[in-house]
Design a protein around this ligand. Structure first.
Ligand code: TXA
Ligand code: MG
Length: 329
């Protein structure tokens, strides 16, 4: 386990970076930070290495994985980009956006990473460590969030270690993730764009670029088979129960607050974590998963959550919270 110091000018030359890249090429699992969450990374072209990801996470099915690349040029080796997909890539990469596009005939991504689909999920992250791994290995890097299936996504190296330390060859620690919720996933079929998962890039920014509203997969596809596992009902689950849109704190509950005003009876909360006392949704997204973990650790039987607006990153925050509150199967 090694620490990357972003203030050092030579961090990308660190000997450990070369060793982590070599481990990836050898088929091992490495935890790699991105600007959204920490990823459980493997060589996307190596089927056995991808199988290890599913095994380590305890993922119930072979849900497709996102492949991370260093540049749009590397993305084009694996996906076919329509004019609209190209505009999105050029506007928002590197960044918290994943594009699901038709798989290119030249792609070497394993069918275990794509779950046998004829599409691929590609992302050029803003987090430089993941891009460095793609560049040093020369391979696309498959990585879901580095947590056990169904648990809270990790935004620090300690979070990753708690869930997965025994599965990892390297855990690259670059401090807390800046964005804090997973990437926004857009499917692009020709010029039609569908939101598969709200995330770290706000819907408004995508709609402003395209000049029209975009549909959500949920609207298109009701409650049938999930298009993205983030869409399974119970996900991001703390041990405590979760109660949304709380206007009052009940006895024994911990409070996940937002903004300057607290719900009624806040003084009887077992613990309080304010996502953003000033009411800033970007700050709230960055603190969401660590807040859920902190309140879970308080031992409260339930976490009540103050209402959070739906605009900007509020859409992704509300999406993750409603999954955390969903009935557990
Ligand atoms: O921010 C993120 O996106 C993080 C970091 C590590 O990059 N990764 C992440 O991966 O959240 P994961 O596995 O938790 O979510 C990947 C999502 C899944 O919901 C999956 O169904 C969807 O991407 N996905 C992947 N390939 C797809 C495809 N071909 N069609 C539709 N959905 C796809
Ligand atoms: Mg995940």
């Amino acid at each position: 386990r090694w620490q990357v110091n972003f203030n050092a000018t030579n961090w990308s030359d660190a000997a450990e970076a070369a060793q982590a890249a070599a481990a990836l090429i050898a088929g091992a699992l490495v935890a790699v930070p991105t600007e959204t969450v920490y990823g459980l990374a493997a060589d996307a072209t190596n089927g056995e290495a991808c199988a290890r990801i599913y095994e380590a996470k305890g993922r119930p099915q072979f849900n497709p994985l996102i492949s991370h690349v260093d540049s749009f040029a590397q993305a084009r080796e694996h996906g076919l980009f329509s004019p609209t997909a190209t505009r999105l890539a050029e506007a928002f990469w590197p960044g918290p956006l994943t594009l699901v596009v038709p798989r290119a005939p030249t792609s070497t991504i394993s069918s275990l990473a794509t779950a046998g689909l004829d599409t691929v999920a590609l992302r050029v992250p803003a987090g430089p460590v993941m891009r460095l791994m793609a560049r040093m290995t020369g391979r696309p890097i498959a990585a879901p969030s580095a947590n056990l299936s169904g648990r809270i996504s990790p935004t620090t190296a300690d979070d990753v270690a708690r869930d997965l330390e025994t599965s990892l060859t390297w855990l690259i620690d670059a401090g807390p993730c800046r964005v804090g919720v997973e990437s926004t996933i857009l499917a692009v079929e020709g010029e039609t764009v569908t939101l598969l998962r709200p995330g770290g890039l706000a819907r408004e920014d995508v709609e402003a670029l395209l000049g029209h509203p975009i549909a959500s997969a949920q609207q298109l596809d009701g409650d049938t088979a999930p298009l993205a596992p983030g869409m399974l009902s119970s996900h991001y689950a703390p041990n405590a129960g979760v109660r949304l849109n709380a206007t009052e704190v009940l006895a024994g509950e911990a409070l996940l607050a937002f903004g300057p005003e607290l719900p009624g009876q806040a003084d009887q909360a077992r613990a309080i974590f304010n996502l953003s006392p000033s009411g800033d949704l970007t700050e709230a997204a960055a603190r969401l998963f660590s807040g859920l973990r902190a309140l879970d650790a308080s031992g409260a039987s339930a976490i009540c959550v103050a209402p959070i607006p739906f605009q900007g990153l509020g859409e992704a925050i509300n999406d993750r919270l409603s999954r955390a509150a969903a009935p557990r199967s």
